[in-house]
Design a protein around this ligand. Structure first.
Ligand SMILES: NC(=O)c1ccc[n+]([C@@H]2O[C@H](COP(=O)([O-])OP(=O)(O)OC[C@H]3O[C@@H](n4cnc5c(N)ncnc54)[C@H](OP(=O)(O)O)[C@@H]3O)[C@@H](O)[C@H]2O)c1
Length: 425
């Protein structure tokens, strides 16, 4: 590599255009800090005619992305086009050409990481992916490098800005999920088809990527237990508040020497927990290391400019020589099935307001050895709502409770079951 690092961009949308602008506008500082200039020499897009506000001469654009990866004037490929194909084949071709790749593509990394890392290793080049999780928040490098000497016991992350925005509106303004979603779409935080966010797919892909690094384990998005926020109601939010909790969609991974559990689901966390104050569309990951203790990384998890700092940061583009992209030896640890996991649970039931209902419910919990921490009843004429929080219980036992509670004729519905995290014993 010469005095200039020449960057080929695959994609010039939100992130790609922001990378090009950042490299142009901060060129002098970047050159001073990195010790070398970095410039964009080739850009692939789908539509050449689309007007673009980027400081890149028109002659550098192409609609054939292979022109970029095979161009002799490209030293580093930055993949910001998204999707599985042709991004996968282009990255593999870049490796064959001996070029390192920087990607923001969580979908690809969370499904095909083995193939990508093995090909990078075979080509003796790096695959860097700081921008794939948490947008502008430095997460990958701190986990892989800063915390390499520690043992991570657990992380809990708010890694999807859309659902965090929706839950914030439901909590602070009392809105329904539908109202909050419509507002998120109006503001451009949510896609026209918001299912990847609402159903937790986006968070599961990010959980898989982070868990793979934190626990030296190759986790794919499909391995992650996943529940989205669609079932969360204003009642759950209201009761959470009354009980001193906040509802968040969390990506959680925790492990010991033998097993790792990776999951995405809505959870109640104590209102005083640092993650409870992560509002609006912000993201944060709360890490618990054996030696470092609690640590939280917080910032903007999406948006062109924040994400560009991760995918176009000078160190990402030139720092690969001292930053091997291939994960180290994988420890033979088992992925723990969700049924074996332990948590506290919040449950909301609609019951007939008659004597003996509580006793019947308590009996079901006792039969499954699930101990109740607190119960609370709100009555309306014929019907009451029972809210309860359990002590730590196994998921399998809890699910058996729910099944048997539904068989009691005075229990009209088990309306919600939400895990309670980080609440202490
Ligand atoms: N946006 C964010 O906040 C954010 C945050 C973190 C990670 N990411 C990730 O970053 C990546 C890019 O996201 P984005 O929001 O920038 O997407 P985007 O705005 O849709 O941009 C995609 C770009 O790729 C180009 N492209 C797509 N398919 C192509 C093909 N077959 N050949 C040539 N060019 C092609 C598009 O060309 P045209 O312009 O001609 O359509 C466009 O310039 C995704 O993997 C995303 O998950 C995004």
């Amino acid at each position: 590599m010469g005095d200039v690092v020449r960057v080929g961009l695959l994609g010039c949308g939100n992130v790609g255009a922001a990378v090009a602008r950042m490299l142009h506008e901060h060129g002098d500082e970047i050159a001073r800090r990195a010790g070398t200039a970095i410039e964009v020499t080739r850009v692939a897009v789908r539509e050449l005619d689309k007007p673009r506000d980027v400081p890149v001469p028109a002659g550098l654009f192409t609609d054939d992305p292979y022109d970029v990866v095979r161009d002799r004037d490209v030293d580093v490929v930055v993949e910001v086009m998204g999707g599985i194909e042709p991004a996968r084949s282009l990255i593999l071709e870049a490796f064959r050409q001996g070029k390192p790749v920087v990607t923001a593509n969580k979908e690809l990394l969370a499904t095909l990481s083995r193939e990508l890392f093995e090909s990078a290793a075979a080509g003796r080049v790096d695959l860097l992916y700081e921008a794939a999780v948490g947008g502008g928040i430095p997460l990958i490098r701190p986990l892989r490098e800063h915390l390499a000497g520690d043992r991570i016991m657990r992380f809990m992350g708010i890694v999807n800005g859309t659902t965090n925005y929706i839950l914030t509106r439901m909590t602070e303004d009392g809105w329904s999920l539908g109202q909050a979603l419509a507002d998120a779409q109006r503001l451009g935080f949510a896609e026209a088809d918001p299912s990847a966010d609402l159903e937790g797919h986006d968070a599961a892909a990010k959980a898989a990527i982070l868990a793979s690094i934190a626990f030296d384990l190759r986790v794919a998005a499909g391995d992650v237990y996943r529940e989205g926020i669609m079932a969360i109601t204003p009642d759950d939010i209201r009761f959470a508040k009354q009980l001193g909790y906040v509802v968040k969609l969390l990506a959680i991974a925790e492990g010991d020497g033998h097993e790792v559990s990776v999951r995405v689901h809505p959870a109640m966390i104590p209102a005083g927990h640092p993650l409870a104050s992560v509002r609006e569309s912000f993201n944060a990951v709360f890490i618990e290391g054996e030696r470092v203790g609690p640590l939280m990384l917080y910032g903007r998890g999406a948006g062109g400019d924040p994400t560009a700092t991760s995918s176009g940061g000078a160190r990402s583009l030139i720092g690969h020589a001292d930053h091997p992209g291939v994960p180290s030896e994988l420890a033979p640890r088992r992925l723990k099935p969700i049924e074996e996991m332990q948590a506290q649970y919040y449950m909301l039931m609609r019951v007939a307001d008659r004597p003996g209902v509580l006793a019947a419910i308590a009996l079901v919990f006792a039969e499954h050895m699930v101990s109740i921490k607190s119960v609370w009843q709100e009555g309306h004429a014929e019907e009451a709502q029972i809210v309860l929080i359990t002590h730590q219980a196994r998921e399998r036992a809890l699910q058996a409770c729910v099944r048997d509670l539904r068989l009691i004729d005075t229990v009209k519905a088990v309306s919600s079951v939400v895990r309670v995290e980080a609440a202490g014993p």
